[in-house]
Write a protein that binds this ligand. Structure first.
Ligand SMILES: [Zn+2]
Length: 85
């Protein structure tokens, strides 16, 4: 089981948001929970955040195992490439 940590984004807060990165039921989250997997709170200020099923584009191998994550780019880069054609 791994735990992922995020720094709180509130001004003047040095807290962290910790989320156990395990045992999420993605199918349930997609069907019944608007893609929300979990709710987590900042260790200091208590602000609540939600862990979501991310809309992330990934490269997979033949077994659908994660190879790499493709970061998003600006849609305008695509639009410019179409104009040049
Ligand atoms: Zn905080």
């Amino acid at each position: 089981m791994s735990i992922q940590a995020h720094r709180c984004n509130q001004d003047n807060c040095n807290g962290f948001i910790l989320a156990e990165n395990a045992d999420y039921n993605y199918e349930h989250a997609m069907k019944n929970n608007n893609g929300i997997l979990d709710r987590c709170k900042c260790t200091e200020c208590g602000k609540e955040f939600v862990m979501v099923v991310a809309h992330v584009l990934v490269e997979v191998d033949e077994d659908d195992m994660l190879v790499d994550e493709l970061p998003q780019c600006d849609i305008r880069e695509y639009e410019k490439s179409q104009i040049r054609k």
